[in-house]
Design a binder for this molecule. Structure first.
Ligand code: FAD
Length: 383
């Protein structure tokens, strides 16, 4: 089988690349996908609702050696999703952009419809070897020839989507290196001493990652207490700042809209009405959460201090099997500004495979889509 372009991986970036190639060129394109369907991870994004981008595309939302690439490619293209999908998009109050129908799987349908009959798709088949020329060896023993290859095989997060990190090895023989990998946007394991009774409780708070005694990131949102530590969108959002550094702490500020003096006044009123110390937070916080705060405080003043700075020692994360994205990836020092390999002409990279990751809130899909389309444009420019 001989193609102009072989796309390795039919996830968000691979699909975006193939759509663009079929829309803008006559190049004979094939997508080779290890899974039994295209875009399986995309179909489960945003709790199945598909948070595909964000109204605030400031560069500070991107990390990794390729953050500057994301600034140039993802942040400069706020209309990318509108162009890519033929459906109506809406933003929520936090600026997170979704398809109006709030069904991520329908986004895959949009993309698959666009390439249908225009690009070949090989499913349930892994690329097991990539040689110069290019010759791709597939897991069923077949070979595919291609003039251009776009490496869109994702990262190491959630191997049930066939992203177990094994694909990085395909490009090692060309000289490409992979930076240190971390699970990101992931639940955090903490000491459980103070939160044992809180399993299942959700609280709206400011969550901060404290590294070396300094708050490196604070996010307002939901925190959910679990048997291993904490989850919820605020925890996901600060998890990129939690690496394997000793002494890292999560600090939770409950009642974030109410200042300490207002809480103190409330306590005074309640006490003059005969309220016991153990009940001072009843009604203001979930009863079990209130009890957990009070149990950690020696004095009344300390209750307010604990309420505003409820600290939990970090013991790690739930790891790659639970992470939404991989921090780290193919070292961008081995690619040029067109996302093309410096070691092999016509070998391009897009998406999570590269050392680029974004904050929670649509930034990773925005990167996957824009980098996928960008590589297609660069290939078309080259022919
Ligand atoms: C549960 C979940 C929810 C998420 N929600 C959001 C969200 O709401 N918003 C957001 O911005 N991001 C979200 N993300 C992150 C986002 O989905 C990913 O960053 C994005 O899908 C990356 O796109 P990609 O194309 O680079 O990789 P992927 O979408 O992971 O696609 C890579 C594809 O390559 C295939 N593959 C791997 N190796 C090979 C091989 N050797 N041969 C052939 N095929 C191969 C895999 O099967 C896979 O389909 C979520 C992630 C998860 C896991």
């Amino acid at each position: 089988m001989k193609y102009d372009v072989a796309v390795i991986g039919g996830g968000a970036s691979g699909l975006a690349c193939a759509v663009r190639l079929t829309e803008k060129s006559q190049l004979k394109t094939v997508i080779i996908e290890a899974g039994d369907r295209l875009g399986k991870k995309l179909a489960s994004a945003g709790n199945g609702q598909g948070n595909i981008s964000n109204a605030d595309l400031s560069p500070s939302h991107y990390f990794g050696g390729g953050a500057k690439l994301a600034e140039r490619i993802a942040c400069s293209d706020p209309q990318a999703c509108a162009r890519l999908f033929d459906c109506i998009l809406t933003a929520d109050e936090k600026g997170r952009i979704y398809p109006a129908g709030r069904q991520a799987s329908s986004l895959c349908d949009c993309l698959i419809r666009k390439i249908n009959g225009k690009a070949d798709v090989i499913l349930s088949t892994k690329v097991t070897r990539l040689e110069r020329g290019f010759k791709l060896t597939l897991s069923d023993g077949r070979t595919v020839g291609a003039r251009f290859v776009v490496f869109c095989a994702g990262g190491k997060a959630q191997k049930q989507f066939k992203t177990d990190g094994s694909a990085y090895a395909l490009v090692e023989p060309f000289g490409h290196k992979t930076t240190k990998l971390y699970p990101s946007l992931v639940q955090v394991k903490t000491q459980t001493k103070y939160i044992k009774a809180l399993k299942g409780i959700r609280a709206d708070c400011n969550a901060s990652a404290i590294v070396d005694g300094k708050a490196v990131k604070t996010v307002r949102g939901d925190v959910i207490f679990t048997e291993y530590g904490v989850s919820g969108n605020a925890v996901f959002a600060i998890s990129p700042y939690i690496t394997d550094k000793e002494g890292t702490v999560i600090s939770l500020e409950f009642l974030p809209d109410v200042c300490a003096s207002e809480i103190a006044q409330n306590f005074e009123r309640r006490k003059s009405a005969g309220c016991a110390v153990g009940d001072l937070l009843s009604g203001s916080l979930h009863n079990r959460l209130g009890a957990a705060v009070i149990a950690r405080a020696q004095t009344e003043d300390a209750i307010i201090g604990t309420l505003k700075n409820f600290t939990l020692q970090v013991e790690g994360t739930l790891g790659f099997d639970y992470a939404q994205v991989t921090r780290g990836g193919i070292d961008v020092r081995g690619i040029n500004g067109n996302l093309e390999s410096k070691y092999a002409d016509n070998l391009f990279f897009a998406g999570e495979a590269l050392d680029v990751d974004g904050d929670c809130g649509g930034y990773n899909l925005q990167w996957a889509f824009t980098s996928g389309m960008y590589t297609a444009d660069k290939i078309i420019e080259k022919i």
